[in-house]
Design a protein around this ligand. Structure first.
Ligand code: UAG
Ligand code: ATP
Length: 497
């Protein structure tokens, strides 16, 4: 691509431009280590590092043009812009020929439910014969192929590259508040923008709930002219957003339980697997083999979005009937005794409440909750998460999700301090996550439910006692070992010491 075309995309934000000759740009990169000869390198001042410090490496690797935001004299063509992070989506959009315009775009934001809704939407669209890509926390699915994700929302460069790769009609994107703050989706226009809910999370980054909410609101600036907001107004922040959008005259459709709404949830069965929705004055029964009231709300958001996209309601309901669930979200495993083990990705107070409450409503007689925290991230939510856990469980094993470079001793000290604060006598700190799972496995009896939350399908970053890499693998391992006929109880005890 010609440099002139890329410069046109950032015209207005150029401060200094030493390049007069026409240059052909082979590729665009933000990481110096990925530069090939003839590429443009965009230096970004980051949160942990400064991309400008890697310009020399980029030049050595053959970068032909550098974009940055500092006044520099270089021996290669250099363009100084006001803000490199904001210039990046414009450059990337132009480089990949504005690929979002070739797709119907659905963006989903909110603290919880984004992944679940994106999987439900994909399932319904596919059922209706419509192809779609998904970019989110679990994976990037494009043209039917799965790719490991970098971030929940990819950076602006990766995002445009993925959009260009996709031949799918629809693209469903989870859009994190970080992405909205960091201009990752600048330049996109959305056909549908969904808001699920807001709960205490990521305050290490946003500091206050109001800031966090403001970041989420930005999503609705990306709606195209005919675009449609879809809001879960069962959530109080959703109701607040509805009023804000109304004032701004942004067209919004509303999911509600009672009162006014474009889709009303009626007659919710206690554990949530069966419910009715009312839409356009008609009432429809929906069967969802994926438990939890929270998943009813997710299904309602998906139904309304697909309905707005023109899929017949009968098709949508038939599709949901065969929806099997989402990896690591309320995944149930039966213990040989008949006890239930559940692996779930809950990592906020409200998600814990929903999950534990679902177990109660499904008949749990005793609930053991195994959960932990990620080192270095929002620590202000920990106490509330433990309170929520104690409200709905009989026994809590506090453990770790991953250390994230925090020393184990420091993490254990925090866990012990939390335990002391509760003074409930129902909390045990077990630093090794798999030891906690094993303890619960050995004690489980019919009627017991054990919920293991926080990691979902994610792989462990630490090495634990059991030779496994995830919560689900730990359960498979225990199931296998304890059913293997040639091992005596004593041998097994030895194995796990
Ligand atoms: C705090 C944060 O959000 N950081 C994000 C940010 O990183 P950054 O730009 O500050 O990167 P940096 O490491 O400081 O480096 C600065 C620049 O130097 C460049 N560099 C660096 C090293 C080198 O050798 N050469 C080089 O050129 C880098 O490519 C970068 O351009 O921009 C990067 C590109 O978009 C993101 O990958 C990165 O996400 C980090 C990994 C992260 O953990 N982010 C989390 C907080 C996040 O974004 N999470 C949300 C989901 C939240 C949720 O709902 O659960 C998400 O969307 O994933
Ligand atoms: N609508 C909802 N309301 C509250 N909690 C929910 C809702 N949907 C899912 N959850 C809980 O949140 C967890 C994460 O769900 P999901 O992965 O769908 O959310 P997410 O927004 O994609 O989260 P993340 O961005 O952290 O990946 C689930 O395992 C469940 O415990």
């Amino acid at each position: 691509m010609k440099l002139a075309e890329l410069k046109a995309a950032i015209a207005g934000s150029i401060i200094q431009d030493s390049v007069t000759e026409e240059i052909s740009i082979q590729g665009l990169q933000i990481h110096s280590g990925l530069i090939n000869p003839g590429d443009m390198f965009v230096a970004i001042s980051g949160y942990t590092r400064d991309g400008h410090e890697y310009i020399q490496e980029a030049i050595e690797r053959g970068a032909s043009v550098i974009i940055g935001e500092k006044p520099l004299q270089l021996n290669v063509p250099y363009i100084q812009v006001e803000n490199s992070r904001k210039a990046l989506p414009r450059l990337a959009g132009a480089f990949y020929d504005y690929p979002s315009s070739k797709h119907k775009m659905i963006g989903i934001t909110g603290t919880n439910g984004k992944t679940t809704i994106s999987y439900m939407l994909r399932h319904i669209l596919n059922y209706a014969g419509i192809s779609c890509s998904v970019f989110g926390t679990i994976s990037y699915i494009i043209n039917g192929e799965e790719y490991p994700p970098t971030n929940t929302t990819p950076d602006a460069l990766k995002l445009q590259e993925l959009l260009a790769m996709s031949n799918d009609e629809y693209v469903i994107m989870e859009i994190s508040s970080h992405a909205l703050e960091q201009s990752r989706i600048d330049g996109l226009t959305l056909d549908y923008a969904l808001f699920t809910n807001l709960a205490h999370d990521h305050l290490d980054y946003h500091h206050t709930m109001e800031n966090y909410f403001r970041a989420k609101q930005r999503l609705f600036n990306f709606l195209n002219q005919d675009g449609q907001a879809i809001i879960n107004s069962i959530d109080p922040w959703g109701r607040k957003l509805t009023s804000i959008l109304k004032e701004k005259k942004v067209p919004a459709k509303i999911v509600a339980k009672e009162g006014k709404g474009d889709l009303l949830i009626e007659e919710l069965s206690p554990e949530g697997s069966g419910f009715r929705v009312s839409l356009n004055g008609k009432s429809y029964p929906v069967i969802l083999a994926f438990p939890g009231k929270h998943n009813v709300y997710n299904a309602a958001m998906s139904i309304l979005t697909c309905y707005e996209a023109g899929i017949p309601i009968e098709t949508i309901i038939a599709a949901l009937d065969s929806f099997k669930g989402v990896p690591g979200r309320f995944e149930m495993i039966e213990h040989p005794s008949g006890a239930r083990f559940v692996v779930d990705y809950a990592h906020t107070e409200d998600a814990i409440e929903y999950c534990l409450n679902t177990a109660k409503e499904m008949g749990a007689q005793k609930v053991t909750h195994i959960f932990g925290f990620r080192g270095g991230r929002d620590q202000t939510k920990r106490g509330n998460m433990l309170d929520a856990s104690l409200m709905y469980s009989d026994e809590v094993y506090l453990t770790i999700d991953d250390l994230n470079e925090v020393p184990l001793e420091a993490m254990l000290k925090d866990l012990e301090a939390l335990k002391l604060k509760t003074s409930s006598g129902r909390v045990q700190v077990i630093s090794d996550r798999t030891a906690a799972i094993r303890k619960a496995w050995l004690q489980a009896k019919k009627g017991d439910w054990v919920l293991i939350t926080g990691k979902g399908p994610e792989l462990y970053k630490e090495d634990f006692l059991l030779p496994v890499k995830s919560d689900l693998q730990a359960l498979e391992y225990l199931n296998h070992e304890f059913q293997a006929p040639y091992k005596t109880g004593a041998q097994l005890q030895g194995l796990f010491k």
